[in-house]
Design a protein around this ligand. Structure first.
Ligand code: NAD
Length: 211
């Protein structure tokens, strides 16, 4: 299996999302320009990426949407990813409601919360359990990724629990750093940081030049 840089893989997921909606609309072919408009990337970048993944295009016709989807999936979606979520509050509930997590590539299998009033209910068909059920369920359902959406004071406790259950990938939404053993992959997602860094980029562009 060929190894691609993480950025290329991230873009491949963006192409896949665009291809899914094109296929849904019944489009058999797409040009790099159309894909560029859908993904906010450049058509040069798209042509370069796709040429690395394989041959799916016809001159003057475009890329065969189904063939391209198949090519990309061969590299980036080897298996269904099984995910669990901890903390069914504002953010956690919104994540559970997102239909994209019940598709063939990502399966949200269970959610956990420490509040007894939230346990034994379901959102979007995903059951909410108490924390003591986590280990058994995570192992039984072969979960690979755990999402942390609890208040920051509880996030290290949940990270420890995830690691003790054998999970190797954690998506951390809490605004704090979690400590994990070597070999565990953590992705920190902080919308505030994204907003501020965008704002920084915007201002850096506008900054006056001093000669
Ligand atoms: P919330 O208070 O609405 O929900 C938190 C949920 O976690 C509650 O249901 C609570 O019962 C549960 N909980 C608390 N301790 C727990 C534990 N030990 N184990 C399991 N469940 C536990 O909070 P929210 O607004 O949904 O935010 C959740 C987290 O996400 C916070 O850390 C917040 O700062 C963060 N957040 C991040 C972003 C982002 O962009 N990364 C955006 C919004 C919120």
């Amino acid at each position: 299996m060929k190894k691609f840089p993480q950025r290329t893989v991230t873009r491949a997921f963006m192409y896949l999302r665009a291809l899914d909606s094109l296929i849904e609309e019944g489009k058999a072919y797409v040009s790099s320009g159309e894909l560029a408009a859908m993904t906010a990337l450049t058509d040069v970048q798209i042509r370069k990426d796709i040429s690395v993944f394989g041959k799916a295009g016809k001159p003057r016709v475009g890329y065969d949407t189904r063939r391209l989807k198949q090519l990309l999936e061969e590299y980036v979606v080897q298996n269904v990813v099984h995910v669990v979520l901890f903390g069914v509050g504002n953010l956690g509930s919104a994540i559970l409601r997102y239909p994209g997590f019940q598709e063939d590539k990502i399966k949200m299998v269970a959610a956990f919360d420490s509040d007894p009033n939230k346990v034994d209910k379901a959102i979007n068909g995903i059951s909410i359990y108490s924390l003591d059920k986590a280990k058994l369920l995570i192992q039984k359902k072969h979960v690979e990724i755990g999402v942390i959406a609890v208040p920051k004071q509880a996030s290290q406790q949940i990270a420890d629990l995830l690691v003790s259950c054998g999970i190797q990938g954690i998506v951390n939404f809490s605004p704090t750093t979690i400590t994990v053993p070597k070999g565990i992959f953590v992705k920190n997602i902080d919308l505030a940081v994204e907003f501020l860094s965008l704002f920084w980029d915007m201002n850096a562009k506008k900054a006056p030049r001093y000669a």
